[in-house]
Write a new protein. Sequence first.
Length: 134
Amino acid sequence: MRESWRWYGPLDKIGLGEVAQTGATGIVTALHEIPYGEVWPREKIAERRNWIRREGFDWVAVESLPVHEHSKRGSGDIELLLANYRQSMANLAAEGVNVICYNFMPLLDWTRTDLASPVARGGTCLRFSAQKMA
């Protein structure tokens, strides 16, 4: 296991210098500036990877390579969107980023219908209810 930090890129309020204070050696990030459905170019991936390396980290995972809403819903030019997604994955791998997190949840991406559902021992968790969603 490797201690890694979820960093939201250049606009993150927490800089990589501050992340270094946590003891993390890996960074989990994404190219948030690229619109969903477009190819992540190798040069943009390499630029971000090199920035992360200059700060003393390795880019260990992408969270996330977004799945376009049309792909999730089966509408629009799905073949192009899937081809772009595959090319982005290939570009990430070619630049040494081999772990990709993603999700296929429609509409709201990662969120759930309940953001603080009670669990045993007093904690809370995210929960999804199809009935509430409908």
